[in-house]
Design a protein around this ligand. Sequence first.
Ligand code: ROI
Length: 157
Amino acid sequence: MLAFIGLGSNLDNPRNQIDQALLVLDQASGVELIQVSSFYRSKPLLDMPGPDYLNIVCKINTSLDALELLDLCQHIENKQHRVRDVRWGSRTIDLDILLYGDEVHQTERLTIPHSEMINRSFVLLPLYEIEPALELPIIGPLKRCLEQLELSDIDKI
Ligand code: ROI
């Protein structure tokens, strides 16, 4: 199954945090990393205090089901000492399953497509970079979502 994962970090050397998470993802059994976007820099959402974020999106091929993939993402977050203290607070690493094939999941643990992705330039821009013709289940063409977003607040680096 093809899946897309969004990664973000704004603490403890964000570039290293993201590289480390990609390495663990790629080495996990049942996951093959296919493509990785450029890095994008942006301010924390909602004008929250804290350092700028780096974000990327990666494309994987996986034999894991969606919940197994979620377990793996949370395992990586825990290993990299992500502390879930403040809602919307700074974080060493965040891995969000954005899309899992064409599947739609709406459970307590997992919402796919990711519920906030269409509002976030730091998700849609890197996703567009690696898959411009993507059609999002329920939502429609990725290109149309991007046309409705403010893109002045994010830098490709
Ligand atoms: N803000 C930015 N710019 N990038 C993120 O990855 C990010 N992640 C979050 C919140 C705290 C919502 N803000 C973010 O989880």
